[in-house]
Design a protein around this ligand. Structure first.
Ligand SMILES: [Zn+2]
Length: 482
């Protein structure tokens, strides 16, 4: 029997606020342990939470961009469970009246166009602290707890199980990450756990419309890990079903060392958490004016920017998609084009030399931190365009720009890469022609292919610093075939 996967995601995004969601503690990443805490986020008796208005506004922006319905009234509930990194013994979340429901995200599937993935709900909650398990030591019977992260605003975006393939899952995760970056809602650093994907996956016979038993997988800290995990789960669940067994509803953890998932706990239901409205927090009213203002303040979103790039800069749709998949990249491109108006060439350099290096640097590497600044790329393209350097030399200069962060004009000067003066090329061409009488004869016979061979020799003799156009003209002229 052939099975098809049914996939949904819960996205957890730490919001980009200066302070926590119920108190004024800072949210600076990497601060010394337990220095960003107060009675509220430590869950001390009598301490009362107050909603961070900025976190709520960011959440409304995300809900609006994801086409959700935002109810007039929304409120907060307690999700009760015990865990050492949760000092209150409950998490403040939104169970009954979340701030957004029933939206969608259009995902980009390249040549296959776009597909609409449903958003079931969006709710604002708080992150927990971190358990630190001492590594390397044997016979350690304790863990340490850092509560700096406890109370960091966390937005949870729950999709409907609309995803059917690994390619769609990848497009969804990238699309969601891109949207959150565009909205400046989260810095989305997956390696730091600031953006986390939780995967729900079940299998069903192809063509069936009922849902199979789903499994939840946590502990996924990069998009590539989620994709590996999908492969593994499809295989694991297929094996169980083919042997006539039943998939168990449970939470599983990804084991990166063994590339498998393993049971974490049997699935609990929402009843187990004894959700009830938090009596310490009031109902929040979202007015029509506020919704309207938030909709008006939304920035240009990825798919709109992509269409504009293709149209305004005359670059292929595919390239526009790559350049706008991430806001830093899109801003980089526009900054470079503002400095030198040659969008096609700027795009080509970015699509090849730059993206390859960013990919090598890992999923979190962004254009904003790239050693070659947009102005430097613009200068390089300008130097090629006005024949200050040849394309060949530019290929030598670029790696030095990446290495040193220096401007190309400085590198060309210091490395002696300036093109040879046209008047200095002629003696080199004459010498090459003298050494290759056979090829010269061929050219004079009309076999123009030989010009390429001679040009190659001249370029080698000049270290790539001769203008190819000049070399070609000179060869023709000196062979008398012009
Ligand atoms: Zn605090």
């Amino acid at each position: 029997m052939e099975f098809e996967p049914v996939i949904g995601f819960e996205v957890h995004a730490e919001l980009k606020t200066n302070t926590k969601v119920w108190c004024g503690c800072p949210t600076t990443f990497g601060a010394p342990v337990n220095t960003q805490t107060c009675p509220v986020c430590l869950g001390q008796p009598g301490a009362l939470p107050v909603l961070n208005g900025r976190a709520f506004e960011i959440s409304l922006g995300v809900a609006t961009a994801l086409n959700c319905e935002i109810p007039r009234e929304t409120d907060f509930d307690r999700k009760n469970y015990y865990y050492p990194d949760l000092p209150k013994n409950y998490q403040i979340s939104q169970q009954f009246r979340p701030l957004g429901r029933g939206g969608w995200l259009d995902i980009d599937l390249g040549a296959e166009g776009t597909r609409r993935i449903g958003i079931d709900n969006i709710h604002l909650e708080e992150d927990a602290g971190k358990n630190i398990h001492p590594e390397g030591a044997t016979h350690v019977d304790y863990s340490l707890i850092d509560l700096n992260r406890a109370g960091t605003p966390l937005l949870e975006i729950v999709s409907t199980p609309d995803i059917r393939t690994k390619a769609e899952a990848e497009a969804y995760m990238k699309g969601m990450k891109s949207l959150l970056e565009y909205l400046d809602a989260s810095d989305c650093k997956m390696e730091e756990g600031r953006l986390r994907f939780e995967l729900n996956i079940s299998l069903r016979p192809k063509g069936s419309s009922t849902l199979g038993q789903k499994v939840e997988i946590k502990n996924l800290n990069s998009i590539s890990v989620v994709l590996k995990c999908i492969d593994h789960e499809i295989e694991r669940q297929t094996d169980i079903l083919e042997e006539g067994g039943e998939v168990e509803g449970e939470s599983r953890l990804w084991d990166e060392a063994k590339l498998v998932t393993r049971t974490m706990r049997k699935k609990e239901t929402s009843f187990d958490y004894r959700y009830f409205p938090d009596p310490d927090l009031v109902t929040i009213v979202v007015t029509e004016e506020q919704k309207k203002r938030i909709a008006e303040e939304l920035p240009e979103l990825p798919l709109a920017k992509r269409a504009r790039f293709a149209e305004q800069y005359g670059i292929p749709e595919y390239d526009a998609g790559v350049l706008t998949a991430n806001l830093q990249m899109a801003d980089y491109f526009e900054a470079a084009v503002r400095a030198h108006d040659n969008p096609k060439s700027v795009s080509n350099w970015m699509m090849t030399e730059m993206i390859r290096r960013l990919n090598e640097a890992g999923e979190d590497a962004g254009a904003a931190d790239f050693a070659v600044r947009p102005e430097a790329l613009a200068e390089l393209v300008r130097m090629i365009d006005d024949d200050s350097i040849t394309g060949k030399i530019a290929k030598k200069v670029y790696p030095l720009m990446v290495e040193t962060g220096r401007m190309p004009s400085v590198i060309v000067e210091e490395e002696g890469l300036k093109p040879i003066d046209d008047s200095a090329i002629e003696p080199v061409v004459r010498k090459v022609l003298d050494e290759n009488p056979k090829m010269v004869a061929e050219i004079q016979d009309g076999k123009m292919k030989a010009i390429g061979g001679l040009m190659g020799q001249v370029m080698r003799a000049t270290g790539g610093k001769a203008n190819p156009q000049t070399v070609q003209t000179l060869i023709k002229k000196l062979c008398g075939v012009e």
